[in-house]
Design a protein around this ligand. Sequence first.
Ligand code: CTP
Length: 398
Amino acid sequence: MAKILLGVTGSIAAYRACDVARELMHGGHTVHVVMTRAATRLISPDTFAALTGNPVVVEVFDEPVPGQIAHIQLAQEADLVLIAPATAHTLARLALGLADDMLTTLALATRAPILIAPAMNPAMWSHPATQAHAETLRARGVEFVEPAYGTMACGDEGWGKLADTPVIVQAALQRLRRACDLQGVHVLITAGPTYEPIDPVRFVGNRSSGKMGYALAEAALAHGATVTLITGPTALTPPVGAQVIRVQTARQMYDAVQAHFDACEVFIAAAAVADYRPERALPRKRKRTGAEWTLRLVPNPDILASVAERKGHRLVIGFAAETDKALQHAKVKLSGKNLDLIAVNNVLEPGSGFAVDTNRLTLLYADGRIEELPMMPKRACAERIIEVVAEHLRQRRG
Ligand code: CTP
């Protein structure tokens, strides 16, 4: 059974955390409550201590067990940090990485997944500052139980009410299940474009932003996997917890994949590898002249095909970015490259392809199944692909 850290902050809905704690304990889980100072004005720590059977901590220097540094101990032992309700102020502190009380300190010190159920006035929830903080946290892998619509204690109506208790509890239990379904599984991911130098200032490349590959790394981490992310040049911040290997060219990516493939159980090739490179990179910048310039390009190795042919028990997944006859081309790649699954998209479709946050993928499985996903955020597409990986490994292990 899991150890859940329940963070309670100073929202009028703080009393509802009692029900959340009780429900989680009914499921057999251990609950440790951590309160902010403001929350203690709304509900007594003694209530939670009596309910959970565990001491409640508020200040960083609270030490329920003498000799144990509470925030490190609690942070390391937690399987999930659930903050319900979370105020706008706490969201901001979490986004900024402040550590001015026990809850925010724990949130920094833990490697456990964090799930947040916000509760605040609708104007505060929809404020660009709050939304930006929520987005920052999402980008770090924090998940949200979205607030519900309703009338607030202050009489205002809108989105901002703490979600219903069963919704919060179900989300927490689901998050716990997901957190360990790829535990011990090593997932190797390629992401981003490759840059093939023409001279020291120019390159042949493509429009890939790396968003899909990074989202896959984030999702795999959220399921408890060990992740190695081999990335071409991107402007993105890699997810916390991934081993990141930065490369520039297709040949560097090829070498990095060869070096890490044997240790992985799952390989996902999301990189948009440049298929060709200039035959020779000039050592100095080529100056402008009036004359024509012909570049001779030579083929790069197919990274995915090179490892898939010796994949053994590994699950190997590819992507296909197409502009026409998408399914037809993807089917050829699926069998030609010896893949278990290929995710295909038409990059000419609006909202699907390079440098946007959404994608519309069709998954083609080696056994002939076809699964069409709706247009959705790349994070959600990544989540579905990682779910497929988890299902596949579960079936294989019986
Ligand atoms: N891929 C790779 N190495 C390459 C080219 C592609 O690993 N040199 C991988 C991509 O990461 C992707 C899959 O192969 O998972 C398909 O990539 P795509 O560019 O769509 O296909 P290509 O095989 O390059 O075919 P084409 O560009 O002709 O469509």
